[in-house]
Design a protein around this ligand. Structure first.
Ligand SMILES: C[S@@+](CC[C@H](N)C(=O)[O-])C[C@H]1O[C@@H](n2cnc3c(N)ncnc32)[C@H](O)[C@@H]1O
Length: 365
């Protein structure tokens, strides 16, 4: 079910203790690309509403920005959630929104800088004009203009002293806060009553790259055992060490989801590319579309299986945008409630869901 309305009102549609997970990509409060809806972090009343409709022990996973993530975490904590972890989605391909201090000094002095070359975007192969990576772009520019820009030499003495200095790093990852509505009783009591509270470790294991990878790990000696892992997968070896009898499904899931080559043995698992135009769907003009695979991974980690809960296992996204969480939830056989207050985005979500998901049974209001 998807709604064109403010998610502050979600309590009108959902009863208390009925939602099994909240997976969402809310406004970051960064005014990204000048977007109106991104100006401020979500109103705390929305987190309060989520808390009310979530089952005890259910998880809420929300994306944030490295600069304002702490505020998002505090807001959730203030509304009663427990912060359990911080997941990292790395993509390494962001742009540095850095201010070139040397250039700004010349500008302030009214001095003109001499153009000494062209800087070509480093991802362009065989770019003959790339001279040095000591120069940075001053502002974020569009894809078409990204190919090259002027390299200029400092004109004034002050600018020479500050050549190569900027104001910001490139954003290469996004934090995802993992918050949990407090358990009712123990983990076991909560899991048996509400069917939530745990993480689906085996469904989210990181598969081995190949036979060699598997064998290499099997011969690795760990200090793990009864207290630090599943005893079944560790057996006694020499000394105090344990031989690792590796789990057939793969490595233990990590709080890292990466999408650029990093650690050779992990790349094949962590790599989740940003969505292609095809994945986004026709005429999807939403500015911040997340990859379906990434949303699926998050849903699988914290949302109970329909085979355990039945057809009513429910995923909620109070900031649906173009509906990616909904597509992921429906791909995995979970029910979905999504809220979007912007009409154009809501229409995109509706179209995407209808096109992607067979028998899409939601009639938006
Ligand atoms: C970061 S985008 C989500 C994008 C989404 N992950 C996707 O893949 O398309 C956040 C969305 O939340 C919507 N939004 C912001 N505040 C809202 C509110 N109070 N109620 C409903 N939607 C809201 C914005 O219009 C925006 O489309």
């Amino acid at each position: 079910m998807i709604f064109h309305k403010d998610s502050k009102l979600l309590v009108d549609d959902l009863s208390a203790n009925s939602v099994h997970s909240v997976i969402t990509d809310p406004p970051y409060g960064m005014e990204f690309m000048g977007l109106d809806w991104d100006k401020v972090l979500p109103d705390r009343s929305i987190w309060k509403a989520c808390f009310e409709v979530m089952c005890p022990g259910a998880f809420l996973l929300a994306f944030g920005h490295t600069r304002l993530y702490h505020r998002l975490g505090c807001d959730l904590e203030d509304e009663g959630f427990e912060i359990k972890d911080c997941l990292c989605w790395g993509y390494a391909s962001g742009y540095p929104h850095s201010y070139n201090i040397s250039k700004a000094i010349d500008q302030k002095h009214g001095a003109e800088r001499e153009v000494i070359g062209k800087r070509v975007h480093p991802t362009l192969r065989n770019a003959p004009n790339v001279k040095s990576n000591a120069y940075h772009a001053d502002t974020l520019i569009s894809d078409e203009e990204m190919e090259s820009w002027d390299i200029t030499a400092p004109a004034t003495d002050d600018a020479k002293k500050w050549d190569g200095w900027g104001t910001q790093l490139k954003t290469a990852w996004e934090p995802i806060v993992m918050a949990q509505k407090p358990l009712e009783g123990t983990y076991i009591e909560n899991v048996l009553k509400y069917k939530v509270g745990g993480l689906n470790i085996d469904e989210c294991r990181l598969p081995y790259k190949n036979e060699d990878d598997m064998k290499r790990l099997a011969s690795f000696e760990h200090f793990a055992g009864k207290n630090y892992g599943d005893d079944k997968y560790f057996s006694a070896n020499s000394g105090n060490k344990k031989q690792c009898n590796i789990h057939p499904l793969g490595r233990w899931p990590a709080n890292l989801v990466w999408m650029e080559p990093m650690f050779a043995q992990y790349d094949h698992i962590f790599m989740i590319p940003k969505p292609s135009k095809k994945e986004k769907g026709q005429k999807n003009t939403h500015e911040t579309v997340k990859p379906i695979e990434l949303m699926e991974r998050l849903i699988r980690l914290v949302t109970p299986l329909p085979s355990v809960v039945g057809e009513d296992v429910l995923v909620l996204d109070p900031f649906m945008g173009s509906g990616t969480t909904g597509i992921a939830a429906r791909n995995l056989g979970r029910k979905f409630y999504g809220y979007e207050k912007n009409k154009a985005s809501y229409v995109i979500a509706k179209r995407r869901l209808q096109a992607k998901v067979k028998f899409f049974d939601m009639f938006a209001r």
